[in-house]
Design a protein around this ligand. Structure first.
Ligand code: MG
Length: 337
């Protein structure tokens, strides 16, 4: 078999065998992994199961010309892990379903699988099954992630309360900046390091599992959500679900340095990239003031990951952005359709 062969030449069973050969030995809680009609997993004692699914569709979520396929494999799992992190759930098992154009090269299949399995290994997320089928159109990668948490520690987006402070992890705008740089056709070699970091964030988001899981265990967080569609959208979703309003302080939003550099170069507004640029996959937490110390103590253990207070939930239902120009309505996030 040569990597320049197409997946159609190999066929479904050989592809599954090829994938299975790369999967590490399963951890003890996997009773039956890949190879039977269904996987069997034991739930951790005293914990509930969190389930989430998300797919990446070629030419909707990625372009093969812009993004290497190992990054696509990484991202397909990362976006699901981000949803588990937002619930405070630890990784437990994953299912991977692939719809492959028949002319896809075996080398590309291998890269896709490699990106997925490398992140799966790094996050303790065993691949326990899935499906491979032919696609008459785009490449589709569909992932189902299973997580677990103690029922009383699960983080819901709907449990925020008026006067909770809003904290966000990391820096914002990076993924949208990275995508803009790729769209503008900037070549990777010689890219300014801050911009290169933005491209890396777009291609290989780093799900904030440690932050989500330890925040949940610290019992200091009322509500959490991940930033798939930008900070403004996450604040809106959390406030809506919690029956509150919110105020975001524009001057405290942690804008990625690459986003600032890009804004200077192109005249784009760095704040709107940070507020509405999607795919940063950071976490937003609502923390009551009396739990602030406990939360910040937990956050100290998120080595290298800053956390910034960006606003608060309010008792009125309106959503506001407080900035140097005064108060204005909080704009919408990234919209898929
Ligand atoms: Mg989410």
């Amino acid at each position: 078999m040569s990597p320049s062969q197409s997946v159609a030449e190999l066929g479904e069973h050989a592809l599954i065998a090829r994938l299975q050969a790369r999967v590490a030995a399963p951890p003890p809680w996997i009773v039956a992994g890949i190879g039977d009609d269904a996987a069997i997993v034991s739930p951790p004692r005293g914990e509930v199961i969190a389930l989430t699914t998300d797919s990446l569709v070629e030419d909707v979520h990625f372009r093969r010309a812009w993004t290497p396929l190992d990054a696509v494999g990484h991202k397909a799992l990362a976006v699901n892990l981000s949803d588990l992190a937002a619930m405070g759930a630890a990784p437990h098992a994953a299912l991977l379903s692939l719809a492959l154009p028949p002319d896809l090269l075996l080398a590309d299949f291998d890269a896709l699988v490699e990106g997925f399995l490398t992140l799966a290994g790094a996050t303790g997320m065993p691949l326990v099954g899935g499906n491979i089928t032919r696609s008459p159109g785009p490449l589709v990668i569909d992932v189902t992630a299973v997580g677990s948490a103690r029922a009383r520690r699960v983080l819901r987006r709907s449990a925020g309360r008026a006067n909770d402070d809003l904290y966000v992890t990391g820096t914002l705008g990076a993924a949208a900046t990275g995508l803009a740089a790729l769209r503008a056709g900037l070549s990777r070699p010689g890219l300014d390091p801050d911009l290169a970091a933005c491209v890396a964030r777009y291609e290989r988001p780093d799900p904030r599992l440690r932050a989500g899981v330890t925040a949940a265990r610290s019992r200091s967080v009322n509500a959490a959500i991940d930033l798939s569609d930008g900070l403004a959208d996450a604040v809106r979703q959390m406030a809506l679900a919690s029956g509150t309003g919110a105020v975001v302080d524009a001057t405290s939003v942690p804008v990625h340095p690459g986003t600032r550099a890009w804004a200077e170069r192109t005249g784009a507004d760095p704040l709107s990239l940070a507020l509405s640029g999607g795919e940063d996959y950071e976490l937003l937490f609502a923390v009551s003031r009396r739990r602030r110390r406990g939360f910040l103590a937990a956050a100290q253990r998120w080595t290298g990951l800053p956390v910034t207070r960006v606003g608060r939930l309010t008792s009125e239902s309106d959503l506001w952005l407080d900035g140097p120009r005064g108060r204005e309505p909080l704009g919408a996030g990234f919209v898929h359709f």
